[in-house]
Design a protein around this ligand. Structure first.
Ligand code: GLY
Ligand code: MN
Ligand code: MN
Length: 458
């Protein structure tokens, strides 16, 4: 937890920004896996963490904009719980630890919310919380999402988008753990091993950093499948291995790093050619990212580097600007350049991507590829964003576009046939927008061909 003044200041700011009514911020419950007492790993809700910082399940935070008070509600544990959990602080003590003066049990919560008409909550992503909100506020379960507060949502986005120095420190801690995960796994990426061995190693390194992984590990010799969560393939020479993995700190700040390495540790000519193109796009994004530019423009700058590279290989043809305008390069990168990162690996995605990554000025594109960009808006100092270009030869997609003759003036489909067995490459860093440009966060993780080959030779 940060010191309590951090949470007091965040709630005060939220109260000011929302301005009226009662804000309800439920923490998460335990989630049963296969029966009630066998639960998934407990993950506190990120909005609750941001404003109340507490890890216990079943807590409810209330910020009253009308009387200026904050509250924490939950039932205290009794001796029947304590036998299983050990001694735990009371709700009152928990409240005091984050500067909340008022607390009570769930009956007191029901009383506080009874008959309230001017309320605010974030649209829930779990059905148990939806049911709670319906009960507390006297709503129909199916109407809960509809009554979610846009004022609260946008006020949360406004605060959480700008990371403070203490948040950056946490994110860099999560990246230090990712360093150990990635560098260790690189050294293990030898023929004969299985993806699950490396994924298992990474999970262990994440827990050694005192947190879980920040999302299910992607560890695959079929990197052309963007979020490939299967880990059963044997590593064989000639394959690129895509490793997309990060960790959470004990306070749930995240890292999200991708490295792609040749199985065995030596890039062959084809692998090196594609790798250098993707690396060029990743570096171009770092070069141009600064306050005032939109991330959509950064995506397009990285796209120009990709298009230029593919032109050099004879896969694309025509003018680079025309290729990018037509979206022809997106055949090989159907996703966006990046997303915000913080307490969530895709930060604040539960608020709705349109509310987080876009605004009145910058609207999402409808174009294939660019349309999948999660954050397009104008950058401000303090934003933490991922820079994750990739190149994926997806046989089914290539076949589909070819059959449709899509962008055929820009794509050399005959040449592309030769690459259909390649797989994929992605390179992902987490970057902080500074006053004048940007900074790649954390201890540098081997990224150039030379650095990767040297690391894997050790
Ligand atoms: N880890 C998934 C992503 O990079 O967005
Ligand atoms: Mn990632
Ligand atoms: Mn990412």
């Amino acid at each position: 937890m940060f010191k309590k003044e951090t949470y007091i200041a965040r709630r005060e700011q939220l109260r000011k920004d929302v301005g009226h009514g009662i804000i309800v911020i439920p923490g998460n419950h335990e989630a049963p896996c296969n029966y009630k007492d066998n639960t998934y790993w407990f993950r506190q809700d990120s909005t609750f963490l941001y404003f109340f910082g507490l890890q216990r399940e079943d807590l409810v935070g209330v910020i009253d904009c009308d009387n200026g008070k904050d509250y924490l509600f939950a039932n205290d544990y009794d001796i029947d719980d304590i036998i299983w959990t050990g001694p735990l602080p009371s709700v009152k003590e928990l409240a005091a630890s984050v500067g909340v003066a008022n607390s009570g049990n769930l009956k007191a919560l029901a009383k506080k919310l009874a008959g309230v008409k001017d309320f605010h909550y974030i649209a829930p992503y779990r059905s148990d919380i939806r049911a709670d909100l319906a009960e507390w506020l006297g709503l129909n379960y199916n109407a809960v999402d509809r009554y979610a507060s846009m004022e609260l949502t946008l006020a949360c986005v406004k605060q959480r988008s700008i990371k403070s120095t203490e948040e950056i420190r946490e994110i860099e801690k999560a990246i230090s753990t990712a360093y150990n995960m990635h560098v260790g796994a690189m050294k293990l990426a030898m023929p004969g091993r299985y993806e699950y061995e490396l994924a298992g190693f990474m999970e262990g390194e994440a827990w050694k950093g005192n947190g879980p992984v920040s999302f299910p590990i992607i560890m695959t010799v079929h990197g052309e499948t963007l979020h490939n969560h299967g880990h059963n393939n044997k590593l064989t020479k000639g394959r690129m291995l895509v490793m997309d993995a990060g960790a959470e700190t004990a306070m749930n700040y995240c890292s999200d790093i991708t490295r792609s390495v040749p199985v065995g540790g030596k890039f062959d000519a084809r692998q090196k050619a594609i790798y250098e193109i993707v690396l060029g796009a990743n570096m171009e994004a770092i070069r141009v990212t600064k306050p005032g530019i939109t991330y959509k423009e950064v995506h397009q700058a990285a796209s120009r580097k990709l298009a230029e590279g593919y032109k050099g290989l004879g896969i694309l043809k025509g003018k680079v600007d025309d290729i990018v305008a037509a979206g022809a390069h997106s055949l090989l990168m159907p996703h966006g350049l990046g997303h915000m990162m913080g307490l969530d690996v895709h930060d604040m995605e539960n608020y709705g991507q349109i509310n987080v990554g876009y605004d009145k000025e910058t609207r999402p594109s409808e174009q294939f590829g660019l349309g999948s960009l999660r954050c397009g808006r104008r950058l401000q100092p303090g934003f933490v964003i991922t820079d994750e270009p990739g190149c994926y030869f997806i046989p089914a997609l290539i076949d589909k576009w070819k059959a449709e003759g899509k962008c055929k003036e820009f794509i050399n489909y005959r040449e592309l046939e030769k690459w259909k067995d390649f797989g994929g490459i992605r390179i992902e860093d987490d970057i902080l927008v500074t006053k004048t440009g940007c900074r790649v966060l954390g201890k540098p993780i081997p990224k150039t061909v030379k650095e990767i080959e040297e690391t894997m030779a050790k």
